[in-house]
Design a protein around this ligand. Structure first.
Ligand SMILES: Cc1cc2nc3c(=O)[nH]c(=O)nc-3n(C[C@H](O)[C@H](O)[C@H](O)COP(=O)(O)OP(=O)(O)OC[C@H]3O[C@@H](n4cnc5c(N)ncnc54)[C@H](O)[C@@H]3O)c2cc1C
Length: 376
């Protein structure tokens, strides 16, 4: 069903919510983003910001096409966002080395090489240790080789989220501070409870990240999103920079535009505890030194932790809430929420405006995939 939408309420001012508001604003729909703290104050503001569409969760199957679409959208958007918002999201493209230290690593990182090599705009090759050391001379000496990916990149997560919000505001959106405590149907629209007030709107979007499951009570729908904690270290080492982005297992490191080396990460199921821990620091540091032992001399400047929104199959949830006409979900992007936010926001806006979207891969993101388990 397509509604004649004039205005929307977006609940949550992370990258998912701000992207949706931006794409709606581009088509003249005024959104109000309701954020309980501040824009980008959780995972979106502390993420590493890597844009790696060719590996990790969801790739190559089933989201390779979606992920590449999202990456290309970032590449196009970065200069547009800067011009519109005045905020530089620090998009860059840089070679990425996915390192191997054992035969097991080699088998794992080359498993999808043939598929990755077919994606236009990227060059992906296995290179042996000598070539790795030529690119990154200070890599740990027992490296046996790497997959070199040329074409992927990164943004700075907080700046990107702020740029999306600011650009949306320039086009008529509004950000207000408040905690949403309930949602109800109201005629053809939706009534959203914020503090002691009720705001009625044509359409609403739930983009509350790891807190989305709270909305099960308000909507009666199954929204199985849980918090998945990750920690990042920012380090300083005078006059030393990584030339590439390094990856090994679930961990990564890169020199970022702020002059620091960022290294992550952990994967922790500890509920809503988002405090950095000494164990998290040591785990990230151990993986970092495995990749680049010279960084043992670096000084720790900042240590952050935050919560990714994770679904049971690791894929985002994008689409209309089952049983509702004018309420949408845009959440659950786990480890790839900065990358995927362009496709998620675009698709949510398309569905609101036109009832469908041309963004590829959306059949894997439908909210209904979790309904059967609840109803049976
Ligand atoms: C350590 C780490 C590293 C990461 N690195 C990368 C990376 O390299 N590349 C990548 O693509 N992704 C990365 N991610 C993942 C990415 O950060 C997340 O997937 C993404 O930020 C999730 O965005 P979101 O908008 O869904 O959620 P959030 O950023 O959590 O935003 C949700 C917002 O909703 C608000 N909210 C919640 N409940 C309410 C309510 N009731 N009323 C009002 N507001 C509410 C919250 O305050 C919050 O601001 C990383 C994540 C972590 C933790």
């Amino acid at each position: 069903m397509t509604t004649h939408v004039r205005e929307a309420i977006i609940i949550g001012g992370g990258v998912a919510g701000c992207s949706t508001a931006f794409f709606l604003a581009q088509e003249g729909i005024k959104s109000t983003i309701v954020e309980q703290e501040s824009v980008g104050s959780h995972a979106s503001g502390f993420a590493f910001g890597g844009l790696n569409p060719l590996d990790g969760t969801g790739t190559p199957y089933p989201l390779l096409e979606f992920s590449v679409h999202c990456f290309r959208a970032h590449r196009t958007l970065a200069p547009e966002l800067l011009a519109l918002s005045g905020v530089d999201n620090q998009f860059y493209q840089r070679p990425r080395l996915t390192l191997a230290f054992s035969d097991t690593d080699v088998a794992r990182i080359t498993e999808h090489l043939a598929i990755q090599q077919q994606v236009a705009d990227f060059t992906v090759n296995w290179i042996d240790a000598d070539d790795v050391f030529r690119l990154e001379p200070d890599i740990s000496p027992d490296c046996v080789g790497a997959v070199l990916t040329q074409g992927s990149g990164a943004v700075e997560g907080y700046r990107h989220t702020l740029a999306m919000a600011t650009a949306a505001e320039k086009l008529g959106a509004e950000v207000i501070h408040g905690k949403v405590t309930g949602i109800q149907r109201s005629g053809d629209g939706v009534a959203v409870s914020v503090g002691g007030n009720t705001m009625v709107t044509d359409v609403a979007v739930l983009a509350t990240g790891p807190w989305c499951q709270e909305a099960e009570e308000w909507t009666g729908a199954s929204i199985p999103v849980v918090p998945f904690k990750g920690q990042i270290l920012r380090l300083q080492l005078e006059n030393r920079e990584l030339q590439t982005t390094l990856g090994w297992g679930k961990s990564y490191a890169a020199s970022k535009p702020d002059g620091l080396i960022w290294a992550g990460t952990t994967e922790e199921h500890v509920g809503f505890d988002d405090q950095p821990t000494p164990q998290g620091r040591d785990a990230v540091m151990a993986d970092l030194l495995r990749m680049a032992s010279f960084l043992s001399e670096a000084q720790l400047v900042q240590h952050t932790a935050c919560l990714r929104p994770l679904t049971p199959d690791g894929l985002p949830i994008v689409g209309r809430v089952p049983g509702w006409d004018n309420l949408y979900l845009c959440t659950g992007a786990g480890r790839k929420g900065i990358l995927w936010s362009t496709g998620m926001g675009r698709a949510t806006a398309d569905m609101i405006l036109r009832g469908h979207s041309e963004v590829p891969g959306l059949e894997h993101l439908r909210p209904e995939r979790f309904s059967a388990a609840t109803d049976s």
